[in-house]
Design a protein around this ligand. Structure first.
Ligand code: CMP
Length: 141
């Protein structure tokens, strides 16, 4: 089925100047960018976005990292977009990510791991709505 997923290019990958290389991977896999914006997240925004992790030991470091510089946020659309994007990203820990995946190629650590992608249909809908009011999504145009 055609799905949508929320993708974030994290501060480490933005700083490495690889936004275009990562977009090329999305496009090469048939994923279309249907909404996008760059932002420097506040502590409040990053904490709210990652609220599901608020009791995890890594939460504080996660928020600190995600607010350390600008991020590039996009909604992607395509056949099986959620799993396709997760396959492109590779494992959360870049040391465990398969060769040729975004995290294997561009990430440095489990915190500075280059990209975020929604993990399921329900979270994708919530995450897209968090960053993009529907008027700013251009599917079908
Ligand atoms: P992301 O997909 O953005 O979702 C939560 C992030 O927390 C994850 O990527 C990692 O960058 C970070 N993180 C740090 N430590 C862990 C951990 N032990 N398990 C999962 N995520 C972690």
């Amino acid at each position: 089925a055609i799905e949508r997923t929320l993708s974030i290019i994290k501060p480490d990958a933005v700083a490495k100047n690889v936004i275009g290389q990562i977009y090329s991977r999305f496009e090469g896999a048939g994923l279309k960018v249907i909404a996008a914006r760059m932002a420097w997240l506040s502590e409040q925004e990053a904490g709210a976005f990652y609220a599901v992790h608020k009791d995890r030991p890594f939460f504080k470091d996660l928020v600190k990292f995600m607010t350390s510089g600008p991020v590039m946020i996009q909604a992607l659309e395509g056949e099986g977009a959620i799993l396709k994007n997760r396959d492109l990203m590779g494992a959360t820990d870049p040391k465990k990510a398969a060769p040729g995946t975004i995290r294997a190629d561009f990430a440095d650590s489990i915190d500075a791991n280059a990209v975020h992608g929604s993990d399921a249909a329900e979270t994708a809908a919530v995450e897209i709505a968090f960053f993009f009011p529907t008027l700013n999504v251009f599917a079908g145009r």
